[in-house]
Each structure stands twice: as structure tokens, then as C-alpha cells.
Design a protein around this ligand. Structure first.
Ligand SMILES: Nc1ncnc2c1ncn2[C@@H]1O[C@H](COP(=O)(O)OP(=O)(O)O)[C@@H](O)[C@H]1O
Ligand SMILES: N[C@@H](CC(=O)OP(=O)(O)O)C(=O)O
Length: 445
């Protein structure tokens, strides 16, 4: 049996007809590219809109009984333009009208958002002359709306073994009763990984608008170096902490099967991009693999004399967050202090309640809150046992005048997490990157 490559093309790769032409050339250049996962059309320039955002907007307006025709007409124009420019004999108008009626008649938020991928899937399959397979027939969610891997695998085996070349839209699936469920934003990456695992692919290609994972966000750091090779764990740390190139949950389906992921650039396909693999030996010890970060966290710290000898205080503190349904990012501890870091979106309006409950259950000497914090992850397997990495990070931040509010090192020694003020975020990212840009070997213990 011939090797199979599953290729996912992100919204930037399918934003207009010119991009569709590049995508077709890429797919037709290697007959092993048999299952293609498209996202919805993304932005064509910085002022443009992603189709998914417009669909969410239509649903929002419709759910308030407001007219969404004007927004929907932008969506129609995008798809019709692509079909016309590619000279497709496809009655996209009919499908667009059908979707509009469903949104008008109260279709769900997930259904509405998923139509961006659905429409792009129909167009791409027509253009490639590949079979269209609706993701609602392959990707299964259980009654509670959680992804169901075993049922999905059965459907993939049943259906895809009979189809040599197919297009499966990303981002959504369905419950057994047919109700559409979407993954979280950026979720077409997850669909691609599920299909790659399901068909026992040799490789999962993820095509985007950058030549692989870069050492830092190119929107903040100028010309960051590309990462040639990275392991799944490092990549998860970087994606989780904010690098949007690959959805952090896209790693799980392929990791266990040992299927490598190749991040490639649709606009410069000849570049090798980044390979994401299970294991590799880092080229240089003492260096970092990459940096990523996110803004808008809150640190809640408690201090209490002789806290170190009080049993159960950590449990009591954590339980306050648990009962308020707030997930925690990090818990750095000192001898007489513990801090809990949570994302502002998790905390929402629960802050006062949380503080009050901590006061009652933990009886601390003091509680302090620092809102508007950004977290930066410095990630790399080459950091393990290497001397001087932390010193270098903090010297760079100190020299740039960035005030470090929190430090936490993961037990795997794979990352150092640094908390800085939101307003220092970009400066801190650049300072750390520059400190490691031309790194030589530091040596190991
Ligand atoms: N470390 C990084 N490496 C590469 N790209 C990054 C990184 N951090 C942020 N990005 C941004 O991620 C974008 C690609 O992700 P995304 O917009 O989701 O692509 P797609 O539309 O192909 O799914 C790039 O254009 C880049 O601006
Ligand atoms: N279109 C969806 C899903 C997705 O994965 O898109 P992209 O591949 O463009 O990040 C979103 O915008 O979230």
C-alpha cells in the first residue's frame, strides 16, 4: 500500500483563488497527498476578515433577531469570487442560500461557524476533482459534546478506506444525532491530526503562511530564525503558551502513533519548514528552542508565617479555584508564600468571591493580586542540565529594564515561565530572543 500524506491547509493558504491555485499545485505534486483538510478562507491582508469571524457575527446578529444580510453578503461574495476565478461549474449559490436560511431560522453557533470549512471543502474537492466527505460523517462527538476518538476511528476506517483521494473540511464534526459540534478556534489542525492517525499516515503536513515554526512570534520579533526540528513536548509548550501556528491539541492524535508533523509554507513550498517528531537530540546544549507568550493573566499571592509547616494549605487554596470552576496556569511557591496564576478570561467576574473564600479557608497574613500580567515561556530540550540559561534570560530582561514579577520552572526542565507586566511583553520577548539568537554551546553539568 502506498504511503499516505494527510495535508491540512490553513485559512491563509485558502484565502482567495490565487492561494487555491498554489494549493492545487502542491497537492498534485505528490500523489501521496490523498486526504486534504481545508480551513475556511482566512485574511487576505491585515484589514481583511476571516470567514469564520464573519460567520460568528452572522449567528450573533441572527440570535438577537437582527438583520445579518449585509455581513452574509461579504461571505457570499468571497466564495462566489473564488468559484468564478477558478472557473468552477459548481452551484455554490444554492448552498450559500440554504446556509443563510438555516442561520436565520436559529441554527446553532457551532453549525454557523463550521460552514466556512464546509463550503471551502466543497469548492476545493471540486477544484481538485477529489471526493468530498463531510466531517459530520467522520468526526464524532459524544452527547456531552466531547470528541469521541474510538467512534471516529471506526467511521474513518469504514469510509476512507474506500476513498483514494478526498477532501474533509476541518474544524467540526457531529454528535450521533447529527448536531454539528466545532473544535475551539484553530481546530482544523486537530481534524488533520485525527485523520492522519485514522488512516495511519506516514506524515501530517500542516500548510500555513510561514516557513515553519519560528523561534518567536514574527509579529513581535523581527525575522526570527526558523526551527528545523522540534519534539512534540516542546511544541505543545510553545503552542499552549500562545504560538498559533499549530493548535496545542493537534499533537495528541499523531504523537502516540509517532506520525511526524511538517509545518510548511504554501507560498514557498520548497522550503523545508519545521519537522515535529517524537524524539531527537538537540544540536546544541545550552540553547533554547523557542519563546512564546500570552497576555492577560492575574497572579493571586498569599503570604502566611510558617506556611511551610502547615499541612493542607495548598489543597485549600487550590480547592477555592476548583469550586469556582477556574482552571489554573501555574502555582509558584515559596517558603511562606504561594501564588496562583490564572487567565483573566477564566477569572471573569469571580475575583471578589475568590478572594473572600481564600480569606476564609486559608486565613493568610496577606493576599495580593497583580492583574495585567503576561506569561512568557522559554522552551527547549537543550536547556536540560545546561548551565546559565536562566541567568542569561534574567540578565537580558534586567538590561532591558523589564521588571520580572514571577518565575517558574517546569519539573521537566523543558521550560522556564516568566511573568512580566502586559506592557513589557513585546520588549521582554525581543530581549530574550536577542540573548539566544546567536547562541554558542554553554556546556552541561
Ligand atoms: N513562533 C511562531 N512561528 C511561526 N508563526 C508564528 C509564531 N507565533 C505566531 N505566529 C503567527 O502564526 C501565523 C500562522 O498561524 P495561523 O494564522 O493560524 O495560520 P493558518 O491560517 O495557516 O492556520 C503566522 O502568520 C504568524 O504570524
Ligand atoms: N476557521 C477556524 C478553524 C481553523 O483552524 O482555522 P485556521 O486554520 O485558519 O487557523 C478558525 O478560524 O478558528
Amino acid at each position: 500500500m502506498k504511503e499516505i500524506i494527510v495535508a491540512k491547509f490553513g485559512g491563509s493558504s485558502l484565502a482567495d483563488s490565487t492561494q487555491f491555485i498554489k494549493v492545487k499545485d502542491i497537492i498534485k505534486a505528490d500523489s501521496r497527498r490523498r486526504y486534504i483538510i481545508p480551513s475556511a478562507p482566512g485574511k487576505r491582508n491585515s484589514k481583511d476578515h476571516k470567514i469564520t469571524d464573519l460567520l460568528y457575527m452572522c449567528h450573533q446578529l441572527a440570535s438577537h433577531g437582527l438583520n445579518f444580510e449585509e455581513v452574509y453578503s461579504i461571505i457570499e461574495k468571497r466564495y462566489k469570487g473564488i468559484c468564478d476565478e477558478l472557473d468552477l461549474s459548481l452551484n455554490i449559490d444554492e448552498i450559500l442560500t440554504e446556509i443563510k436560511e438555516k442561520i436565520k431560522n436559529g441554527a446553532s453557533r457551532d453549525y454557523s461557524a463550521s460552514r466556512g470549512e464546509y463550503l471551502n471543502g466543497i469548492i476545493l474537492s471540486n477544484y481538485l476533482d477529489f471526493e468530498f466527505i463531510d466531517a459530520a460523517e467522520l468526526i464524532v462527538f459524544d452527547n456531552k459534546g466531547y470528541f469521541a476518538p474510538e467512534d471516529t476511528q471506526k467511521k474513518i476506517e469504514l469510509k476512507l478506506t474506500k476513498i483514494s483521494y478526498g477532501v474533509i473540511p476541518g474544524f467540526y464534526g457531529a454528535k450521533e444525532n447529527g448536531e454539528i459540534v466545532s473544535f475551539s478556534r484553530g481546530g482544523s489542525d486537530i481534524t488533520g491530526a485525527i485523520i492522519a492517525n485514522g488512516v495511519k499516515g506516514k506524515l501530517y503536513e500542516n500548510w500555513t503562511d510561514v516557513s515553519g515554526f519560528l523561534m518567536a512570534d514574527p509579529r513581535i520579533v523581527k525575522n526570527p530564525k526558523p526551527i528545523e526540528i522540534i519534539n512534540y513536548k516542546e511544541l505543545r509548550e510553545l503552542s499552549y503558551m500562545g504560538a498559533p501556528v499549530l493548535h496545542e491539541e493537534a499533537i495528541f492524535p499523531v504523537k502516540n502513533a509517532g506520525i511526524p508533523i511538517n509545518i510548511k509554507n504554501t507560498n514557498i513550498p520548497e522550503e523545508p519548514g519545521t519537522m515535529i517528531v517524537n524524539d531527537y537530540t538537540p544540536a546544541s546544549l545550552g540553547n533554547i528552542t523557542g519563546i512564546s507568550g500570552k497576555k492577560d493573566f492575574t497572579v493571586i499571592s498569599i503570604e502566611k508565617t510558617l506556611m511551610n509547616s502547615e499541612t493542607g494549605i495548598l489543597r485549600k487554596l487550590i480547592s477555592v479555584f476548583e469550586t469556582n470552576d477556574i482552571s489554573i496556569e501555574h502555582v509558584p511557591t515559596g517558603i511562606d508564600s504561594i501564588s496562583v496564576i490564572v487567565s483573566n478570561s477564566e477569572l471573569n467576574s469571580k475575583m471578589d468571591k475568590v478572594i473572600e473564600e481564600i480569606r476564609i479557608y486559608c486565613n493568610p497574613d496577606s493576599i495580593s493580586c497583580y492583574p495585567n500580567m503576561a506569561l512568557i515561556a522559554v522552551v527547549g530540550r537543550g536547556m536540560i542540565k545546561a548551565k546559565g540559561v536562566s541567568a542569561k534570560v534574567f540578565t537580558a530582561l534586567g538590561n532591558s529594564g523589564v521588571n520580572v514579577r514571577m518565575i517558574s520552572q517546569g519539573s521537566s526542565e523543558l521550560n522556564i515561565i516568566i511573568g512580566v507586566e502586559n506592557e513589557d511583553f513585546d520588549l521582554a520577548m525581543r530581549a530574550i530572543y536577542e540573548a539566544f539568537e546567536n547562541e554558542d554551546l554553554i556546556g552541561v553539568d
